[in-house]
Design a protein around this ligand. Sequence first.
Ligand SMILES: Nc1nc2c(ncn2[C@@H]2O[C@H](COP(=O)(O)OP(=O)(O)OP(=O)(O)O)[C@@H](O)[C@H]2O)c(=O)[nH]1
Ligand SMILES: [Mg+2]
Length: 300
Amino acid sequence: MPDKTTAADFRTGYVAIVGRPNVGKSTLLNRLVGQKLSITSRKPQTTRQRITGIVTLQDAQLLFVDTPGFQSKHGSALNRSMNRAVTQALAGVDVVLMVLEADHFSDEDRAIMSLLPKDRPVMLAINKTDRLGDRLELLPFIVKITKHRTFDEILPVSASKNHAVGALAKVIAKYLPVAPAIYTNDEITESSERFLAAELVREKLFRLLGDELPYVCAVSIDRFVMEGRMRRISASIIVDKESHKGIVVGSKGSRLKEIGTRARQDMETLFDGKVHLELWVKVKGGWSDDDRVLKQLGYD
Ligand SMILES: Nc1nc2c(ncn2[C@@H]2O[C@H](COP(=O)(O)OP(=O)(O)OP(=O)(O)O)[C@@H](O)[C@H]2O)c(=O)[nH]1
Ligand SMILES: [Mg+2]
């Protein structure tokens, strides 16, 4: 592809991806970038902090910011930090992309709509269209939504089936300001490898532990060093209670081993190099409601 990133009409800008928990924001980000950057699971509130994904097209560079699912119920200090990540992302971007589920529109979605800025372009991606029996169901759905607010563009997509995702990026690009690219064609994120590594461990907790435990777990990276082309990473899984520790470790350490193996495999794919991963489990009672500990764990 010829490099046109400095052409006079090249467009570059930040795009916040916002929506209720579990609508598929992170799956969409990964599909847009073409790499698994942001962790996903069938459980709500998987994403806790902003994560960027860079998409460079012929005539534009889109800097997507994946955000936690916005919740209207006020809970722990961690929940408040997650909502702050959303409002901060909304304040600092050129375009907003709201994501809805094609077969579900709730008060929570409406609450997010009321947060959307009025002075910048706002797009709507209606995700999970693969779940619709008949695409004609989209028409009354769109009529219902646009009674609450109008959008600059409305695009039905399926992130998991990769349907209409490329078209979505091209449409959004038209709304970005004219500016030269910030990153080279091969850069895919602004997020650090340290952060991405911790996230991949956290994903395995969401996928391999029960329905409650992932919410009382966090991950910190204690050591991250390059040894030649190999990354040597030591990470701690922080849990809330002593009794959680045994569940995470599993019988004869089997669950911890599985978490580590799967996280390491994903890291090796993402970093394109060998990884040596060592995992520990530590108890820090009440960490999710302690602003000081949250700061230490990298939450704003
Ligand atoms: N059927 C279907 N499922 C999807 C689609 N996109 C995402 N999902 C599923 O929806 C669930 C949630 O996806 P995520 O990408 O983690 O959702 P999210 O909006 O980032 O969720 P939070 O980070 O918790 O706010 C996962 O089980 C995905 O596989 C889609 O297009 N179709
Ligand atoms: Mg997410």
